[in-house]
Write a protein that binds this ligand. Structure first.
Ligand code: HPA
Length: 236
């Protein structure tokens, strides 16, 4: 048991998928995992372990934002031995060529949060995805015929920003999209010597102000889940 995850030791696999929404965790367990059992219901933040193509795999909801995400990632690594962590989530595009429903692979995650810089006395650390996972995800996407947009993203502390145009400065520097968790995931993975990757589907565009319908979100999320599962099982 850890503080926020009510699972006994050994109940969580070394490979963990991390959707923000705990109901997505349940969806993945019910639709993709064999012999899935729910190991956590604390705070409604469901976690499941099962097998995918014969490999043990867990899927854990993390909530929204870097503080919530960090709590689960810290405990998964340090209390349960997670070694490969793949976030799957949604993002808002801040480039006109990044379209609704596109798949984004976050090579790196810039942030407007103090959560990373406070670990370095105010200096800037560059949160970066794991190379083996980048390679594996890219290979799997090719196999599935999925087109991936890879690059820097922004992990923001705010969804409703005081300045609704604040994304434009990040866009000027080539940042592809905004979400709220990856910089914390990559920083914790670096700190504890484990592998992490963040895959995102574009749910809305801050450029065109378009949004996907819930039906479209479901479909693109499914492709991303399959890509994340295939990527996770290819890595020891
Ligand atoms: N901002 C932050 N996170 C998001 C967004 C956004 O516009 N869309 C999906 N996740």
């Amino acid at each position: 048991m850890s503080l926020h995850i009510g699972a006994p030791e050994g109940a969580i696999a070394p490979r963990v998928l991390l959707p923000g929404d705990p109901l997505r965790a349940r969806f993945i367990a019910e639709n993709y995992l064999e012999n899935a059992t729910c190991y956590n219901e604390v705070r409604g933040m469901y976690g499941y372990t099962g097998t995918y193509k014969g490999f043990d795999i867990s899927v854990q909801g993390t909530g929204m934002g870097m503080p919530s995400h960090s709590i689960y990632v810290h405990e998964l690594i340090n209390s349960y031995g997670a070694r490969t962590l793949i976030r799957i989530g949604s993002c808002g595009s801040i480039q006109s060529e990044i379209k609704l429903r596109d798949l984004v692979l976050a090579l790196s995650a810039s942030t407007n949060s103090a959560m990373v810089s406070q670990r370095f006395g105010g200096m800037n650390f560059a949160p970066t995805a794991d190379w083996d996972l980048i390679m594996k995800a890219t290979q799997c996407a090719g196999k599935f015929g999925l087109n991936i947009k890879a690059g820097n993203i922004l992990s923001s502390d705010t969804f409703y920003d005081e300045d609704p145009e604040s994304w434009k400065n990040w866009a000027k520097y080539g940042v592809l999209a905004v979400e709220m968790e990856a910089a914390a995931l990559y920083t914790l993975a670096a700190r504890f010597g484990v592998k992490a990757l963040c895959l995102l589907t574009v749910s809305d565009s801050l450029v065109s102000r378009e949004e996907t319908t819930s039906e479209e979100r479901e479909k693109t999320f499914t492709q991303m889940m399959e890509l994340a599962l295939e990527t996770a099982i290819g890595i020891e």
